[in-house]
Design a protein around this ligand. Structure first.
Ligand code: ADP
Ligand code: MG
Length: 352
């Protein structure tokens, strides 16, 4: 029995590492849109425009009016694990969407990426990266902010390209991503334009500069994103317990859906997908809604970042509550109270 020679252990080069990481960060065009819009939000943008073509497969371009990236730092923005958002000392206390420093290098590894940016008082500059090959910083023309353009996503990874759904399905997923982020940030204006097919597809969510009030702003944004009908049939939720604040809007039982589709949860303004919400809503509406109906809701949990761990998944749509029962209990009791106050008193269980 001949032993085979042990295979040699080698360090993967940066471009291979980036392509592997990209597989986790960028699953589909919508995940690229999420990363880029979150970067714009982290940069303090007040207006964000997302242009896409062919379901984002050939073009994703995110334009913002945020703080910009200094020309000298453009190469660093494309370097793995380089970030301006944390210094690594406090991973439990994160206040930005980004912190891993992975999105831009990953996107540069799986598509043709161009970043053009300008910081106040300096000239605009651009850098390109394609297939992991980073170009040099060049002068560019831009009034302010940042434009990140991603062309031909996954052109270098045909296997991944094969898993893309139809343009229509990918466009839908992108629209859903933009909607979630727009709900999370009512003070920011969002536009999504589909440049393919004559550019007729367009949704805009305007920010209302008049509404300084949190609930007015949120209500206005929800009316734009989820529709007037939801907004007119929604109960305002506002409750605090054990240092956790829950606020938002939840539909009256009379405005419900046959599927649990319009249920949105945000933790510290981060859109998250958590089955806990569906379960909590079901429990809250148990006595006022039949089992095959599902209430629409957009609920925001605000708490000390120490009470949640966002470091669970690279795409960060998961968070882990230190004590999931507290958030669930808060949602159930706050909704029951709001329903009871609106005259939808449950037969027996409202007391708690
Ligand atoms: P992360 O968001 O985790 O820091 P990214 O790879 O997404 O990592 O971005 C790297 C860095 O590039 C960010 O930390 C930020 O400094 C800068 N950056 C990216 N996008 C923008 C933008 N739209 N405006 C300003 N700076 C940006
Ligand atoms: Mg980022």
């Amino acid at each position: 029995n001949m032993m085979q020679d042990p295979p040699e252990i080698r360090q993967l080069d940066e471009s291979a590492v980036n392509r592997i990481a990209a597989g986790e960060v960028v699953e589909r065009p919508a995940s690229a849109v999420k990363e880029l819009v979150e970067n714009a939000l982290d940069a303090g943008a007040t207006r964000i425009t997302v242009d896409i073509a062919d379901g984002g497969k050939t073009l994703i371009r995110v334009t913002d009016d945020g703080c910009g990236i200094p020309a000298a730092q453009l190469p660093l923005a494309l370097t793995r694990h380089a970030t301006s958002k944390i210094d690594g000392s406090d991973l439990l206390n994160i206040h930005t969407f980004g912190f891993r420093g992975e999105a831009l290098p990953s996107l540069g590894a799986v598509g043709r990426l161009t970043i053009t940016s300008r910081v106040p008082g300096a000239d605009a500059a651009a850098i390109k990266v394609s297939g992991g090959q980073v170009g040099t910083v060049r002068p560019a023309a831009l009034r302010s902010g940042t434009v990140v353009e991603l062309r031909d996503l996954f052109h270098a990874t045909p296997a991944r390209l094969k898993f893309m759904r139809t343009d229509r399905a990918e466009t839908q997923a992108i629209a859903d991503t933009v909607k979630r982020l727009a709900m999370a940030e009512p003070a920011v204006g969002f536009t999504l334009r589909d440049m393919s097919g004559g550019g007729e597809g367009r949704v805009s969510f305007r920010a209302d500069p008049e509404s300084g009030d949190l609930f007015d702003a949120l209500h206005g944004r929800l009316a734009q994103v989820l529709g007037r009908e939801f907004a007119e049939n929604a109960l305002r939720i506002d409750a605090t317990r054990d240092g956790i604040r829950l606020f938002g809007y939840a539909a009256l039982p009379t405005y419900s859906r046959g599927a649990a589709v319009s249920q949105y949860l945000f933790v510290n303004t981060r859109p998250v997908r958590d089955k806990m919400l569906t379960g909590a809503l079901r429990a809250a509406y148990m006595d006022v809604l039949s089992r095959d109906r599902h209430p629409a809701a957009a609920l925001f949990v605000d708490c000390d970042p120490m009470l949640v761990d966002v470091n669970v998944h690279p795409a960060k749509s998961e968070v882990r509550f230190r004590d999931p029962g507290v958030a669930r209990g808060l949602i159930v009791s706050a909704l029951r109270h709001a329903l009871a106050a609106a005259g939808h008193r449950a037969s027996s269980t409202v007391a708690g």
